[in-house]
Structure formats: C-alpha cells, structure tokens
Design a binder for this molecule. Structure first.
Ligand code: ZN
Ligand code: MN
Length: 477
C-alpha cells in the first residue's frame, strides 16, 4: 500500500525585544533563575499587562515578509490551562482574531524548482517558564519563570509539506527570514526558535485528511527531519496492523531517536479561550503598517541576486554567502576594503567557513575582522607574500586575531625580492646542480622548473617566484 504524509508546522519564534511582551522585565538569556520577573509576568492579582509596542512592530514585520494580511484589529485572548511553568494559569495569546492572516513561503526543492507552502496565520502570544528536572534530586523539579511573558510569534503553516525534508527546509527558511528581519535571534540552543509538527498519513489518492498527531518542541533542523520520519513510519505501521491513529500530543526524544505520548490531544475548546479583559483590542493603522513596510530589509534571495549582479560572483557563491545575514554583512565589509569579490569569496567559502565549522562558532564570533581578511588578500595580490604563505598567515590570524601585516613582520614572512640577495642564492643553486644546468642548456627546458624549486627551497618559499624566474632565465641564457 502506498501512503503519503501530510505535514504542517507551527513555529514559535521568540521576538528579539529587550523587554517582555506585557511588562518591563528583561528578556536576557542565562540570568539567575527567577531574577527577571515581576507581578505582571507572574500573574499576581491586580497586576495589569501593557502591550510592548516594539514586539507588535516585529510581528507586523514578519507578517509583511511572509506576505500576510495584517489585520487592523486583533484581539488578545486568554488560553486557560494549568502547568507548573505558567503561574498565571493562562497564557495570553490570540485566537479568533490573530494579527496576521494568510501568507506563503517558497522553499527550494532538490529538482531546482520551488514549492509554495501556505501560511495560515501568524499570531502573537507570550512564552511560559521553564521546568528543570535534573538538578540532582530525583524527587524534585525546579521552575525558572525568567522566560515567562517573553513575546512570541507563532507561525502556522498549511498542511502543505509532504516529506520530512520539505518540513526541515521550510523551518530553515523561516529561521533565515526571521533572523534577516532582526525579529528573532534564531538561536535554537537557547530555545529562541522551536517548532511543533502536525503529522498524518493517508493512502495515495485519498482526499480526506487522516487523524493527525502533534510532535512537540523540535529544536533543531535535524530533529524536525528525524522526528517526522519516525512518526510517519509509526503511523504507517499502526495502520497496517489495523489500528486506528488517535489524536495525541507526542514528545520527541532526540537522544533516543523515538517519541513518547505526552497526553491525548486537547481541542481548542478545551482551553476556554476568551478575550483578555485587561487588554484593549490591538489596533494597527494603515500608516503604521506602511511605515514598517518601508523599513523591511533586503532578504536573502534579493541579496544573493544583487551579489551576482553587482559583484559578478557565481550564483553558488552568492547563495552560500547570503545564507546567514551576518555572513553577508561580513562579506560586504571585506569588499568595501578591497574590491576583489571572487578572491574574497574563495577565502571565505574555503578557509574561513572550514575553521568556523571546526570550532562550531558563527561569523559574529570570528576573530578575523573583515578589514584584516581584505588586507590579507591585498598583500598576496601585491606580491608581498605568496598564496601559500598566505594560508599560514590566515591560520595565525584565525587563532590570534592579529593583523596580517603584523604577523608577516614578526615572523619574517615577506617575500625576498631583493635581487642581490637572490643572486647569491641562485649562484649557489646553479653550482651545486651542474648536471641539470647542462641538461637545460642542451634543450631540456623542463629542468627549469626543478631549478626554480631549488631556489624556492633555499629561501624557504619566501622568494618572489616572479623575480626568481626572471633572474634564473637571465643567468642561464
Ligand atoms: Zn515582568
Ligand atoms: Mn503557541
């Protein structure tokens, strides 16, 4: 029997605001537990929430980037449920009237074509706190409310993805756009960006959707792919055994590579949503929306196209360089110092990306400044050092963060172009290689390369190859 899988994602993205969604508490990550809290985000009686203007602006920005209709009037609602990490007993979210409706995102397919994934809605809500169960007391759990009340947007896709790979590609693209917009840091280790996957299967040809399960809190691209693949296989096996899929919420255990049932799935009506009486409807004027539209930055695809057009680099280079906004910024800073787009692209794509990957850091933590990288390429082009020595200088720059000129000076790596110094070395090489000199003179020109090699060896690679060639030719003629 042939099955197809139907996948939809709900992406939760933490907004990159300094303060929380409805109070002035800091959103800083990694502070001592329960240090960024106040009566509002803890839900103390009588405390009143106030909407964070910057958070709304970021949500509108995201909506515009995904082609959503920004709603002039949206409503904050209370989503009621008990959980130990939610002291209020409800989460402020948006339900019937979200801020953004509709939209879409095109993802690249392996075939080179793109596929359009629809976006159903983007709504605003607040985050919950965090439970920790592993402080060394098997019988105790700890709760940190610092994250409670941090602004989120939830981006809900249509059930348009058909493979785990498509889902991961979509998630990757969503992250790229949010980071480019500056509305989310996209740091998945810190929980900035999480996604839940709704998965169902049906026989190929069926038009009715099967019962779906929801997989919670997938926080890496790999986890999304593995968890969905696992769930598809689990559902197919169950159906083949004649079982009925039940609607439930599952928790993915990435280390174990399997999922476990968290609870039977609740429906929206279980939450008893109602408009939050402490918050007025959110009114967004056309002027406000259009003002934000004007501030939208250039996104990755447009940037890549511009790199190809303006810098004349191959499409592949442009795609790699624009995959992360900070990398694209780094590249353009290099170009501003030394306008040699392809050479700089080569250094970044080979040497720099390899080192960053080995160390597991991103470009913002790189010790080589764009100015220094551009200077290195300039020094090679000017014949001050050879390309080969350039690689050694690069290694040193990567470890120490020092300027290339300083490294070349202290290590004495400058190419020897001083002819009198080279003259003496060449004389010595010719007298110790009489046989090869005679071969050359009798017409075996290939020996020339050998002689150049000997001179380079004597100078430990620091002779200017161009000068050596000239001098050697003169002496042998
Ligand atoms: Zn607070
Ligand atoms: Mn949510």
């Amino acid at each position: 029997m042939n099955y197809e899988s139907i996948i939809g994602l709900e992406v939760h993205a933490q907004l990159a605001t300094k303060s929380k969604m409805f109070c002035a508490c800091s959103t800083a990550f990694g502070n001592p537990p329960n240090s960024n809290i106040c009566p509002v985000c803890m839900g103390a009686p009588g405390a009143l929430p106030v909407v964070n203007f910057a958070a709304v602006e970021m949500a509108i920005k995201a909506g515009l980037a995904f082609g959503s209709q920004i709603q002039h009037k949206s409503i904050f609602a209370r989503k009621n449920y008990f959980y130990p990490d939610l002291s209020k007993g409800y989460q402020i979210s948006q339900y019937e009237f979200p801020l953004c409706l509709g939209g879409h995102l095109d993802i690249p397919l392996a075939s080179g074509e793109t596929k359009r994934i629809s976006i159903t809605r983007i709504h605003m809500e607040e985050d919950a706190g965090k439970l920790t169960h592993d402080y060394g007391h098997a019988e105790k759990s700890h709760v940190d409310f610092n994250r409670c009340g941090v602004g989120l947007i939830e981006i809900v896709s249509g059930p348009d993805m058909r493979t785990p790979q498509e889902a991961a590609d979509y998630f990757r693209k969503v992250r790229q756009i949010l980071v480019y917009l500056g509305v989310c840091h996209g740091n998945m280790q810190e929980g900035n960006l999480r996604c839940d996957a709704n998965v169902s299967i049906r026989k190929v040809g069926d038009t009715k959707l099967g019962t779906r399960t929801e997989m919670k809190n997938l926080n890496s691209f790999k986890a999304v792919e593995r968890a969905i693949a696992y769930e598809i296989n689990r559902q197919i096996a169950a159906v083949e055994r004649g079982e009925i899929i039940i609607q439930e919420t599952l928790l993915w255990d990435d280390a174990a590579g399997k999922s476990a049932s968290l609870r039977s799935k609740e429906d929206a009506h279980d939450y008893r949503y109602f408009p939050d009486p402490d918050l007025l409807p959110l009114i967004v004027t056309t002027d406000w929306i259009e003002g934000i539209r004007k501030q939208l930055p250039e996104l990755a695809a447009a940037k890549a196209a511009r790199f190809v057009r303006d810098y004349g680099i191959p499409e592949y280079d442009a795609e790699v360089l624009t995959a992360e906004r900070d990398m694209a910024l780094y590249y353009e800073k290099c170009i501003a110092v030394y306008n040699s787009p392809k050479k700089i692209s080569n250094w970044i794509m080979t040497e720099l990306l390899r080192e960053l990957k080995n160390e597991g850091i991103d470009i913002t933590a790189c010790r080589i400044t764009p100015e220094h990288l551009a200077q290195l390429v300039t020094l090679i082009d000017d014949g001050i050092i050879s390309g080969k020595i350039g690689k050694d200088v690069f290694e040193e720059m990567y470890t120490t963060g020092h300027a290339p000129a300083a490294i070349i000076d202290t290590k004495g790596l400058k190419l020897v172009s001083d002819t009198s110094e080279l003259d003496a070395i060449i004389e010595r090489v010719l007298s110790t290689n009489q046989k090869q000199v005679e071969q050359y003179k009798s017409g075996k020109v290939a020996v020339f390369g050998f002689l150049v090699g000997q001179v380079m060896k004597e100078t430990k690679g620091q002779a200017s190859p161009q000068v050596v060639n000239e001098l050697l030719k003169k002496k042998l003629s």
